[in-house]
Design a protein. Structure first.
Length: 536
């Protein structure tokens, strides 16, 4: 009997067709990878199984969990099914957990609701589940709160919730997108172990083809709400009968064409010299002051004209803190940062506003970095507030038009709101906002990690073209080493606030010297390596 069977599933939302004749089968002890671009129907398929569809939804077809059809179940029966028979792991663990309840209570809640167990018995089950997902009692007592944990640890708590009652089906919706490569590898190994030991079926929803190739027994590729190709993972990737499958594969392995080498001028664009950034720690009692936490410890490097430099490392290593210091958003406790030979900030000295105009930033979430009430015209001109004299009239319109056309948009897009654009278009607008002030350096903080593979390839091509044409320099911060390898000339590896290794990108990836760099490279999923590996 299949753990999950979906036949002829159709879904309409307010009369608009979303899913078309979806057929999927998931066997016990197997992993099914569901792949496709944003809007392809992956998450809606998962929510159909959970029966957590938005208002205005109507569906038809057959969904069976462990042989039981969901068609005839009322809401009470469906509530019993969720958690007991089907568990779900969401992409962002912090929003999936209640910030004011302990991790023990949140895992125990599933047990108490579905079994009627008492609090002590439910907490004992919670303790066992947390131990099982790698959160032992001596380090992670039940009374800890989600904010006390790292991103990977929170994701383990969410997994413990989902498997507390050993469901027949486990749905994981982009469970590792926001995690660094070593934590991602640990979470994926954990999920694989749970599937094999508990004989449950895992539906893994992701846009990362390398993860699916290395993990899934079978794969279904969705496009526009329909399954365009499905079968055993290796067979699908080796045959690639559908053009969309070939396009996804090509985009996943895409490397932008860099037209020229960066110039090693006497004065670099950015010079970071012995930078130190400390944070005060909360007191443990009224009379004892704890020493400050050193997030960045005597870091130094340079970025030259037209050079793309990658900054990689696990969550908490100091990447974002260093970026804030470079952008003069945080004060320094030591060292100096220069832009084009001029001091931007130094220990005891605040930022110089006129130099901040020469640095811009592109964030991970383009929608969250814009005010949705303003039109694109106003959004892209925000950096002009850094200038003493702002362009006006025809000059302002000319610069808006040029910034939008440089990123592949039209001048007519200036009068639209941000919700009218796709995720890739929003990121293009974020890049246009960074370009309009004609900076020398752009800091890209996880700028493509939330994008699917085809949009990511387009944005990487755009960034490479702009760097070559406009002589732009980038500091590219990312946990996705495949992206860093594709776009950068040189890589800095950061651990515990220090740069532990740096070098030319290809040399560093082919022959990493530091044990930490070796661990990062080894943990990075590789589509080619997964398909070349011998079958089990």
């Amino acid at each position: 009997m299949s753990a999950l069977s979906i036949s002829n599933l159709k879904l309409d939302i307010h009369g608009h067709p979303v899913l078309h004749d979806i057929d999927l089968t998931l066997e016990p002890g197997q992993i099914l990878g569901v792949v496709g671009e944003s809007g392809s129907g992956k998450s809606m398929t998962a929510l159909s199984v959970m029966q957590l569809l938005p208002r205005g939804s109507t569906w038809s077809g057959e969904i069976r969990v462990g042989g039981v059809s969901l068609s005839g179940l009322d809401e009470k029966a469906l509530c019993q099914m969720r958690g007991r028979d089907v568990g779900m792991i969401f992409q962002e663990p912090m929003t999936a957990l209640n910030p004011v309840r302990t991790i023990g209570d949140q895992v125990a809640e599933t047990v108490r609701i579905h079994t009627g167990a008492g609090r002590r018995e439910a907490l004992a089950v919670a303790r066992d589940m947390l131990n099982r997902v790698g959160l032992p009692e001596d380090r992670f007592p039940l009374d800890r709160y989600p904010h006390d944990l790292s991103g990977g640890q929170r994701q383990r708590v969410v997994i413990a919730q989902a498997i507390a009652l050993r469901p027949k089906v486990l749905i994981a919706d982009e469970p590792t997108t926001a995690l660094d490569v070593t934590t991602q590898a640990q979470i994926l190994d954990l999920l694989t172990q749970l599937v094999r030991e508990e004989d449950m079926g895992l539906m893994l929803i992701t846009h990362d083809l390398a993860v699916v190739a290395g993990l899934a027994d079978s794969i279904a590729i969705l496009k526009d709400g329909a399954v365009v190709e499905a079968g055993a993972t290796r067979a699908v990737f080796r045959a690639m009968r559908h053009p969309y499958t070939r396009a996804l594969f090509s985009a996943s392995a895409h490397v932008p064409d860099r037209g020229r080498k960066p110039e090693m001028a006497a004065v670099p664009v950015l010079s970071v010299e012995d930078v130190v950034r400390d944070y005060p720690q909360p007191r443990r009692n009224l009379f004892v002051r704890r020493p400050p936490f050193r997030a960045v410890d005597r870091v130094g490097f340079e970025i030259h004209h037209g050079e793309n430099v990658g900054l990689v490392g696990e969550s908490g290593c100091g990447k974002s803190t260093l970026a804030r210091a470079i952008l003069a958003l945080d004060a320094l406790q030591g060292g100096e940062i220069r832009l084009g030979g001029h001091v931007v900030s130094s220990a005891g000295d605040g930022p110089h506003p006129e130099l901040r105009a020469k640095m811009q930033v592109v964030f991970q979430d383009p929608y969250g970095s814009f005010n949705p009430r303003h039109r694109v015209r106003r959004l892209v001109t925000e950096p002009f507030h850094l200038l003493k004299s702002r362009p006006q009239g025809a000059d302002l319109e000319r610069r808006i038009d040029r910034a939008l056309t440089e990123v592949g948009l039209s001048s007519g897009d200036a009068d639209k709101y941000i919700h009218e654009f796709s995720g890739g278009q929003r990121q293009r607008i974020a890049i246009a906002r960074a370009l309009i002030i004609e900076p020398a350096l752009i800091v890209l903080d996880e700028a493509v990690s939330a994008l699917d593979v085809s949009i990511r390839a387009q944005i990487l091509d755009l960034l490479a073209e702009l760097s070559d044409r406009l002589d732009l320099s980038y500091l590219f911060i990312s946990h996705d080493l495949s992206v860093v390898r594709a776009i950068t000339d040189r890589v800095l590896v950061m651990k515990d606030g220090r740069i532990v290794e740096e070098g030319e990108t290809e040399n560093l990836f082919r022959n990493p010297q530091h044990p930490y760099t070796q661990a990062l490279v080894a943990a990075t999923p590789s589509l080619e390596a997964a398909l070349a590996a011998p079958a089990d």
